[in-house]
Design a protein around this ligand. Structure first.
Ligand code: NAD
Length: 276
């Protein structure tokens, strides 16, 4: 299975579908990432806060795949925000992953009240200028946060990784991204499996295409233009979630899914989320 790439605003190419390892133990991540790489995933999304960068790194090495075929993302945790703290945290992540360069580094949460994300971003810019990171981006940033980064630095984030699924479609933020060349990456693309995948409208579309609701949701994201990083540790689902390139949703299907938006999150609200 070959996954198409999207071009980021710095010219780098990123697979439009990758594999996420949130809430997966280090040992489990090692096994699951190996399965995902065998199935054709080349992009892996982890974070220092997930506690599985080492297991992910072991799986990358065990795969024997050339480094340039892989696209690895990790994220800077909240307590590591700040210029010097970021440089140290980056080194620690790279040691755990066993990599000498990173494809994409993200500020995990903005923590707007701490006021450190611009200092953090300047350290990201330095790491990129030094060739240690190919692309730099953010996660869970709101329009105001993005404006502050763009007004206060020379670099527009390549990516904003945000909660996004048919029940929480974030049209305003997506339009802002599009206007400024920021790529939208969807976390919880399947709504974390809670409720969304039982929606009767998705069941109807899935049945019409001989696909599963999860595949229909992932196909919707791809046709909208989002990058997606679904997570599963179940081998059949890992395979199912990348098998989404052999069919197309019709304009009517897209419209029906577009109408499912409830504006409800499954995860924390970035305005108030400040876990250290
Ligand atoms: P997700 O939407 O990918 O849902 C995962 C859950 O959906 C699984 O645990 C399983 O219960 C179910 N599922 C997966 N495949 C299925 C299938 N084919 N059929 C039926 N059920 C299926 O949610 P997520 O893990 O929260 O998000 C994906 C990735 O996004 C994470 O692993 C992580 O890498 C990233 N993420 C980032 C942030 C952030 O703050 N930046 C937050 C959460 C997640």
């Amino acid at each position: 299975m070959t996954v198409p790439d999207v071009r980021l605003n710095d010219g780098a190419m990123m697979p439009q579908l990758g594999y996420g390892v949130f809430q997966v133990s280090d040992e489990e991540a090692e096994h699951a990432v190996e399965v995902a790489l065998r199935d054709g995933y080349r992009s892996v999304d982890t974070a220092s806060a997930y506690g599985n960068e080492e297991g992910t790194g072991r799986a990358l090495r065990a795969s024997g795949l050339p480094r340039e075929e892989l696209f690895i993302t990790t994220k800077l945790w909240n307590s590591d925000q700040g210029y010097d703290e970021t440089l140290r945290a980056f080194d620690a992540s790279m040691r755990r992953l066993g990599l000498d360069y990173l494809d994409l580094y993200l500020i995990h949460w903005p923590l707007p009240e701490r006021g450190l994300f611009l200092d953090t971003w300047r350290a990201f810019e330095k790491l990129k200028a030094d060739g240690r990171i190919r692309s730099i981006g953010v996660s869970n940033f709101r329009i105001d946060d993005l404006r502050r980064v763009m007004d206060g630095s020379d670099t527009v984030p390549a990516v904003n990784q945000i909660e996004l699924h048919p029940y929480f479609q974030q049209a305003g933020l997506r339009a802002f991204h599009q206007e400024h060349g920021i790529h939208t990456e969807a976390w919880a693309p399947l709504g974390q499996g809670q409720g969304l995948l039982d929606d009767p409208a998705l069941a109807r579309v899935a049945q019409a295409h001989g696909r599963t609701p999860a595949q229909v949701v992932l196909r919707w994201h791809l046709q909208v233009g989002n990058v997606v990083i679904p997570k599963s540790v179940t081998p059949t689902r890992i395979a199912e979630n990348i098998d989404v390139f052999g069919f197309d949703l019709s304009p009517d299907d897209m419209k029906a899914i577009g109408e499912l938006d409830k504006g409800t999150r499954v995860g924390p609200d970035p305005t108030s989320f400040n876990m250290a």
